[in-house]
Design a protein around this ligand. Structure first.
Ligand code: GDP
Length: 454
């Protein structure tokens, strides 16, 4: 028998409606202790998917008018009996109703506990639970679509398909290894190789899309670099100006690293406007310059800013040197002024260049397109299966490595037992990905970031 939990499921702010969700074996009995239906319905007698208007009472006093919605196990979000009280969304009222629900016997729900129960009751697998979190945190249309698709089971179905074909190989190999004299239908070595290679290719395809997926969901660490006065701060303002609502200022003086999160089209950039990278004897300034260099090393995207009204000098060349071989876009700023910069001198150092005027905002769309192209988000299909979390990526990498070992063992002519051990290791990693065989620690990791009430 599970304990019955309750929490406010809507945001902790005033709103038109606030929902208190109660889930567990006693959910309906507990709701009936605090809620009186105006039409005289007994909640205990109501079937699932029914709602009734009534009054929430605490210590015999009316607290709010509310609608009580009943779900009967297993047909509910958690798979348990659920009662939801839709109250007026005032924070005081919601807290008061929640207290009454606790006094009537419910326990406070932990972060993500409703979704955790849905997972434990087989209503969704671990990737789908992560999809729930993705929808809540989505900052753009593509991210929301991708998360909804994950919640709908696209990744789950893809991984299960891959897992099935490796399990078939394991079954055939186990039969040979354990019963070599029996007449068991054989799978030829060619067939085994074909299945393992196919499974590995599918995983590699998923992994190759991971970075682009992260760019639309979690965001990309991006450094804005350039010598002083080329317009880095102005570019930062131009980018944040388009999206003030999601800007978060983390730190900084002008000699420090200032961080903001902005959306450029569907891509989320975690921007760091760094102190100009240049040689300096000023002790405080040199700390900023060193931080800028460090930031550069940790960034997945570099926006290197140059002043188009000046010729490229030694300092610019030094910055170009840092960019070589990295995902770097040259931003040729101040395009509103007479051009003196020789663009051909950027060749070989940066992958792409865009002309903008950070001051008047021109070139924004070109910059957006260049970023989307460099990160591969322009070709991303949010309706395809996608690995969306680092946990999922780690499990997929582990499975691909095990398949690689199995294939090497097969090609080197090692015993089929050795091939089987590696193939089985791939199956275990795939089952961990979907959560069918995930340890408590892995499940805890997934739900740690959920909010209370979800
Ligand atoms: P930072 O030191 O690289 O951060 O450079 P700032 O953003 O502080 O800009 C340095 C100077 O260049 C300021 O006077 C800006 O107004 C000017 N500036 C920046 N962007 C542009 C631009 O697109 N056109 C023009 N004409 N001036 C710009």
């Amino acid at each position: 028998m599970s304990s019955t939990i309750a929490a406010i499921s809507t945001p902790q702010a005033a709103g038109g409606i606030g929902v208190i969700r109660i889930s567990g074996d006693d959910a309906i009995a507990i709701a009936s202790r605090v809620f009186r239906s105006k039409a005289g319905h007994r909640l205990e007698d109501m079937p699932g998917y029914r709602a009734t208007l009534g009054v929430v009472e605490a210590n015999g006093e009316a607290v709010d008018e509310a609608v009580c919605l009943i779900f009967r196990a297993p047909r509910s979000y958690t798979g348990e009996d659920v009662a939801e009280l839709s109250c007026h969304g005032g924070l005081f009222v919601l807290q008061r109703v929640l207290r009454a629900v606790f006094e009537a016997g419910a326990e406070p729900a932990g972060p993500g506990e409703f979704t955790r129960r849905a997972f434990l009751n087989g209503k969704m697998d671990l990737t789908e639970a992560e999809g729930v979190m993705g929808i809540i945190s989505a900052q753009g249309e593509q991210a929301a679509k991708a998360a909804l698709n994950t919640l709908d089971g696209a990744l789950s179905r893809k991984i299960s398909g891959i897992c099935r074909s490796v399990v078939e190989v394991c079954a055939a190999l186990s039969a040979w290894v354990d019963y070599p004299d029996e007449d068991i239908e054989e799978m030829s070595e060619d067939e085994i190789e074909e299945k393992l290679t196919g499974a590995k290719a599918e995983l590699e395809k998923l992994l190759s899309r991971f970075d682009a997926g992260q760019a639309i969901t979690e965001g990309v660490n991006t450094a804005i670099v350039g010598k002083p006065n080329v317009g880095k701060s102005t570019l930062m303002n131009m980018l944040t100006g388009y999206n003030r609502s999601i800007v978060t200022k983390v730190a900084g003086t002008t000699r420090d690293v200032v961080e903001e999160t902005v959306r450029l089209g569907d891509v989320v950039l975690r921007l760091a406007d760094t102190a100009g990278i240049h040689d300096t004897k000023d002790e405080v300034e040199s700390i900023g310059v060193n931080m800028a260099k460090e930031k550069l090393e940790r960034s997945s995207l570099i926006l290197a800013v140059f002043d188009s009204s000046r010729e490229i000098d030694e300092e610019d060349e030094k910055i170009l040197g840092y960019c070589k071989g990295k995902n770097c876009i040259a931003i040729i700023n101040k395009s509103d002024l007479e051009e003196k910069l020789d663009e051909s001198r950027l060749g070989g150092f940066v992958e792409a260049s865009v002309k903008i005027s950070a001051e008047n905002g021109s070139g924004y769309d070109e910059l957006k397109e260049a970023v989307e192209k460099m990160l591969g988000t322009d070709k991303l299909d949010p309706s395809a299966a996608m690995l969306t979390t680092e946990r999922q990526r780690r499990a997929a990498v582990k499975a691909a490595e095990c398949l690689d070992e199995a294939l090497s063992a097969l090609k080197c002519g090692m015993t089929l037992d050795a091939v089987n051990v590696s193939a089985d290791c791939a199956v275990q990693a795939l089952l961990e990905l979907t959560g069918e065989k995930a340890s408590d620690a892995v499940v805890d990791e997934v739900f740690r970031n959920f909010c209370v009430g979800k």
